[in-house]
Design a protein around this ligand. Structure first.
Ligand code: AHM
Ligand code: MG
Length: 342
């Protein structure tokens, strides 16, 4: 593999597979620590498989009966789309029955699903984030995180899954966009793969992705300014000052797509707390923490406005939190604006 030489001002994406084709399975095997058993690689491979199946349906979304509402309300009080339910079923099915995953925590399920008392891993996921965008053919994504259980001799308990992001041993997302990409980290950099639909494999696109030195974008839903917590307007004012980085505002309203663009081109994505909803909208365990883990691995960071997102211990699997992830200097500046006068 050779080192990618990005255009000035373009994405800083480390190396990429210029010499030969590397499948995600091969990359996982070649890059696992010598001491590893390979089980974690297989969990990531199972998630990649789920991504292929989900992608094959999202690509046909407008043509299938899956587009539309499922007629049930999930634990968040949101109407579940049929594709949410389908994606959740696919993830559960792919992660079950191998003796690798013990517990699955999903946005779509009110309680953790215990599938194996003695398996070593816990997977947390949002099977289809941004699904309100499906009808309009906008990018959506699967977000996931993996914890390793400390004691597999006893049945799993809350302590196995109610854990801070610092305990994650892997995290990533699958982006269903103009192409399908899987981006993950096991704590040794962030690596990105593109699904070649013709051969049915995720192929290495970039290894060791880093946020570029100069950020290009901020991603906030500015229509919500009147509802935001105090301090956010200070940040927006700072963004618009002539002496601050010249950023464009881009907001897709699909966290994976917003994060992915900012990873490649530099920037920050945020969903703040609101006056009537201080914890905001996004969930800590399967949205905020995995994205913060990736951000840190790519040289950035994640925050809830005052604390590192990876240091927050959840009390509930569906706990919400303000989320700010991306370029370190922008997240630092945002924290300064939010805590000023606090
Ligand atoms: P979801 O988990 O119900 O799909 O909601 C999460 C999505 C995020 O992808 C996105 O960042 C956010 O909702 C957009 O919300 P809003 O439309 O309020 O800006
Ligand atoms: Mg979501």
């Amino acid at each position: 593999m050779s080192t990618f030489d990005p255009d000035p001002g373009g994405p800083d994406v480390g190396g990429r597979a210029a010499e030969g084709i590397v499948t995600i399975e091969r990359f996982l095997t070649d890059n696992q620590p010598e001491t590893a058993t390979g089980e974690l690689s297989r969990v990531l491979d199972d998630i990649a498989m789920a991504g292929k199946v989900i992608a094959s349906r999202t690509r046909r979304g407008g043509l299938t009966e899956l587009l539309g509402k499922a007629g049930v309300v999930n634990v968040q009080g949101e109407e579940q789309k049929l594709m949410d339910v389908y994606a959740d079923d696919v993830m559960t099915s792919m992660l079950s029955g191998h003796g690798r995953v013990s517990v699955i925590v999903s946005e779509e399920r009110p309680e953790p699903v215990i599938i194996d008392d003695s398996a070593p891993y816990v997977v947390v996921h949002d099977p289809l984030d941004g699904s309100s965008n499906i009808d309009s053919n906008v990018s959506i994504g699967t977000i996931f995180g993996v914890f390793r259980r400390e004691d597999t001799t006893k049945p799993p308990t809350e302590a196995d899954w109610l854990r801070p992001g610092r305990d994650l041993v892997a995290a990533g997302y699958i982006l269903y966009g103009t192409s399908t990409m899987m981006v993950y980290s096991t704590g040794q950099g962030v690596h990105a793969f593109t699904l070649d639909h013709a051969v049915g494999e995720f192929l290495l696109t970039w290894s060791n992705c880093h946020f570029p030195a100069e950020p290009a974008y901020y991603s906030l839903n500015l229509a919500s300014i009147p509802q935001w917590e105090a301090g956010m307007s200070r940040f927006v004012d700072w963004l618009n000052r002539p002496d601050t980085p010249n950023l464009s505002q881009r907001y897709i309203g699909s966290a994976v797509a917003d994060f992915h663009r900012n990873l490649l081109h530099g920037g920050v994505f945020g969903y703040p707390g609101e006056v009537d909803r201080p914890q905001g909208k996004l969930r800590l365990m399967y949205e905020g923490a995995p994205l913060a883990y990736l951000a840190e691995q790519a040289g950035g960071r994640g925050s809830d406005g005052s604390r590192d997102l990876l240091d927050i211990s959840p009390n509930d699997i569906h706990q919400r939190t303000p989320v700010f992830v991306g370029d370190t200097r922008l997240v630092d500046q945002l924290e300064a604006c939010l805590t000023e006068g606090a």
